[in-house]
Design a protein around this ligand. Structure first.
Ligand code: HEM
Length: 438
């Protein structure tokens, strides 16, 4: 007698009631509860689309979708919204156009180029330290969310435009990109305002061409990059999309990460003490080089552990172009696949005491034992974050400079509600009190 599998066995388990996860205000809680009920691969029928959504929460499945069979997946639900904001820049483009653009931009993020930005990171960190130091002396709390948003925006703008940022500020009576930090909504209205900034980018591009002046920054890199096979530069429209993409991608995620770093340090004074001890060993006011940064132990571990517990890019959406097989189930073309790094980073099979803040788990011996795709704050595979080194070095320098000068006043219990929009960040601005340590 032949055994015919029941239809349910053709797909992973999942809730009986259809639902569009992405539309839920409490999608993280719902995904967490479904994960507990249905395991590392479950299927949710959509209310409004014909395709199902599969949610995967196992590093082997993550490797399949993001790395070994990545060509079978495009960006998924939500990407239209990103495209309205960022056009055809790297974040939202696909296929041959994406490959070509990634090749053109990649070299702008190589180590020597990133090292050239260290003075920017130091200057930004020193300015923030001075402000927080002054607030500490006055006994006033600091709006950490706002401050790190401003400093990371300025850092990426300086890395993009160098001296032309000042010129833009003078000509337009202030920083034309300020709207990115002052307006935190990411709706259509914001998208319109933000897209209008393309004009400012075009102005700088035109001025540089006219003056034949190409300072060593990310904009010049993008303007001068040539496709190896055709020898052509990217068209201005695409160039502008790429620059606007870097403004948003290079600022919001880093700002969210630094907010979480300070939140966790305020709650863990013992960890802050280790960070501060390391920070005080660095020559004050000097711009470090790679050899100095590579010797740091606790500062990068604290940042990595923060990105484990609170990955700013907390949900990756993909859509299958053709059939695939995931966890022994056949996956139909058109299926939406969700990877929630927030939950993956708390998977008890891969993390001891997953809810605890334990930077020591990023010691090299511990890392060597871990599944490579259990930790993906910068994603994985060909579409991993192009700005990982930019962000890591910026955050390390920020922390080194600030921790040497100020100490967050310990907080026993800090109730923070998560905002699970494009980025994972505290729903309300995070305020902390600091004490002066020098
Ligand atoms: C803590 C800081 C950062 C985090 C956590 C982060 C995270 C990520 C993640 C998870 C992705 C993949 C998204 C997906 O596949 O759906 C990504 C892509 C990207 N990131 Fe970052 N990022 C950070 C900082 C930066 C910085 C500083 C820049 C640039 C200056 C940047 C530029 C980009 C770009 C252009 C992409 C698209 C890459 C592609 O598809 O080829 N990011 N980032």
């Amino acid at each position: 007698m032949s055994v015919v599998s029941p239809p349910e066995a053709q797909r992973p388990p999942g809730p009986d009631v259809p639902c569009d996860l992405e539309r839920l205000d409490n999608k993280l809680e719902v995904m967490q509860s479904y994960w507990q009920q249905y395991g590392d691969c479950y299927c949710v029928a959509s209310q409004t689309r014909s395709a199902d959504t599969w949610v995967i929460n196992h590093p082997d499945l993550v490797r399949r979708v993001l790395v070994s069979n990545h060509r079978n997946y495009t960006k998924g639900i939500g990407i239209e919204r990103v495209r309205v904001l960022l056009g055809n820049g790297l974040m939202a483009s696909e296929g041959e156009r994406w490959r070509r653009q990634r090749r053109l931009l990649q070299a702008g993020f190589h180590r020597p180029k990133i090292a050239a930005f260290f003075p920017i990171y130091v200057q930004q960190a020193a300015a923030t330290a001075a402000q927080w130091h002054a607030a500490a002396q006055r006994g006033e709390p600091v709006n950490v969310s706002e401050a790190v948003s401003e400093t990371t925006l300025l850092a990426v703008l300086q890395a993009l435009f160098s001296e032309d940022l000042l010129r833009l500020q003078q000509e337009h009576g202030g920083n034309p990109f300020q709207v990115v930090t002052t307006d935190t909504r990411r709706d259509l209205q914001f998208a319109m305002k933000f897209r209008a900034l393309g004009k400012r980018v075009q102005e700088v591009v035109d001025t540089r061409r006219r003056e034949n002046r190409f300072p060593p920054d990310l904009l010049s890199h993008a303007m001068l990059a040539r496709d190896k096979s055709s020898g052509t530069a990217m068209p201005d429209k695409l160039l502008i999309d790429e620059i606007l993409t870097l403004v948003v991608a290079g600022h919001e995620t880093t700002a969210a990460a630094l907010t979480w770093v300070w939140y966790l340090l305020a709650a863990h004074p013992d960890v802050y003490a280790m960070v501060a001890a390391e920070a005080r060993c660095l020559p004050a006011g000097e711009v470090p080089d790679w050899s100095v940064l590579e010797k740091l132990v606790w500062i990068p571990r604290v940042i990595r552990e923060t990105l484990r517990l609170y990955p700013p890019g907390w949900l990756y959406t993909r859509r299958a172009l053709a059939e695939d097989q995931l966890a022994h189930w056949p996956l139909a073309a058109g299926t939406d696949v969700f990877i929630c790094s927030y939950l993956l980073h708390r998977h008890p099979d891969f993390w001891e005491q997953p809810e605890a803040f334990m930077p020591q788990r990023f010691a090299p011996q511990q890392e060597a034992k871990r599944h490579r795709y259990a930790y993906i704050p910068f994603s994985a595979g060909p579409r991993h974050c192009i700005g990982e080194s930019f962000a890591m070095t910026e955050m390390m320098i920020h922390l080194a400079v600030l921790a040497a000068r100020i100490r967050p006043q310990p907080v026993e219990h800090l109730d923070v509600e998560l905002e699970t929009d494009v980025n994972l960040r505290p729903r309300d601005p995070l305020y902390l009190n600091f004490a002066v340590v020098d």
